[in-house]
Design a protein around this ligand. Structure first.
Ligand code: F6P
Length: 324
């Protein structure tokens, strides 16, 4: 290749900049020019490009967000939109593309590369949700976890002082990875995730038992996609059933998407950025690079999209044991 493109797409995640830096510098190291596409696929369709030299990616490894901006692009879902994107890329001399994003971004990438087999695309998993099949970790997940833990530790201080029951809602879309891991890290009394149905009666029995023991300081982590509803819904039920509890709700929201990436995310992003360029040099296309058992892996897009990543259900049991 003489020139490749790189873009970030979907929800931003801390560590995306570290990945852009790694893609850019690994490509330049191998004699390849790099073009940054602004605002994900929307920029590919609108023709918004900027050259990336080594110095353009200086001083960004520690920054949250993405210097290339990002978007969720409806037009790219149409064949016409993808055709325009392809033609714009070709006009710029872009011969291959690295897409940093989640499964929605990879669905678009797979379609584009199916329609244009001469245009290789490699994906890098970037989402705080950690919900991508084919990689143990996605870029941004570790930082989001640390953000949740820092915030919830503060909530625990006040929950404990006032003997209150807090429901804290965390992100994750329809996956419970953030909830489960952060729940263990903060010593949550209960964790509600979409992957495992916890009947309300079970939560009620647990809270009944705690109230009998005068244990009124409780912290429950609720994944936004939990089937019992969000934190507000569950909290309202509990309020109605237990006047003894002083119930409060905190929805952490987009604080989980920002901030300086953790060391773990910076290193993961650096390895995956380099891995993506190496995969292109190795004639790979329509794959995502991931990290499995601490090794760089390559998974076809259609597998990452089709397969659901398993959550470690035994960790939920662990949380239950540790919250007696
Ligand atoms: O995929 C990342 C994520 O933060 C999810 O956890 C959340 O459901 C969603 O994006 C929120 O999207 P938006 O920022 O578009 O509201």
């Amino acid at each position: 290749f003489k020139k490749i493109g790189v873009l970030t797409s979907g929800g931003d995640a801390p560590g995306m900049n570290a990945a852009i830096r790694a893609v850019t510098r690994t490509a330049i190291y191998n004699g390849i020019k790099v073009v940054g596409v602004m605002q994900g696929y929307a920029g590919l369709i609108a023709g918004e490009f900027r050259d990336l030299k080594t110095t353009d990616v200086s001083d960004i490894i520690q920054k949250g967000g993405t210097i290339l901006k990002t978007a969720r692009c409806m037009e790219f879902k149409t064949k016409e939109g993808r055709q325009t994107a392809y033609e714009n890329a070709k006009k710029q001399g872009i011969e291959a593309l690295v897409v940093i994003g989640g499964d929605g971004s990879f669905t678009g990438a797979r379609l584009l590369s199916e329609e244009h087999p001469d245009f290789p695309i490699v994906g890098i998993p970037g989402t705080i949700d950690n919900d991508l099949f084919g990689t143990d970790y996605t870029i941004g997940y570790d930082t989001a976890l640390n953000t949740v833990v820092e915030a919830v530790d503060k909530i625990r201080d006040t929950a404990s002082s006032h003997n209150r029951l807090f429901f804290v809602e965390v992100m994750g879309r329809d996956a419970g990875f953030i909830a489960l891991r952060s729940g263990i890290a903060v010593g949550a009394e209960a964790i509600l995730i979409p992957e495992v149905h916890t009947p309300y009666a079970e939560l009620k029995a647990y809270l009944e038992n705690n109230s009998k023991r005068k244990r009124l300081n409780n912290l429950i982590i609720v994944a936004e996609g939990a089937d019992q509803g969000g934190a507000i819904e569950v909290a309202n039920k509990v309020k109605a059933d237990f006047p003894v509890y002083d119930v409060k709700v905190t929805i952490l929201g987009h604080i989980q998407r920002g901030g300086s990436p953790s060391a773990f995310d910076r290193v993961t992003a650096s390895r995956l950025g380099a891995g993506a360029v190496e995969a292109l040099l190795d004639d790979q296309k329509s794959i995502m690079v991931g990290i499995v058992n601490n090794q760089i892996s390559q998974v076809p897009f259609n597998q990452t999209i089709k397969n659901k990543k398993d959550i470690n259900v035994s960790m939920l049991k662990l949380a239950e044991i540790l919250s007696i």
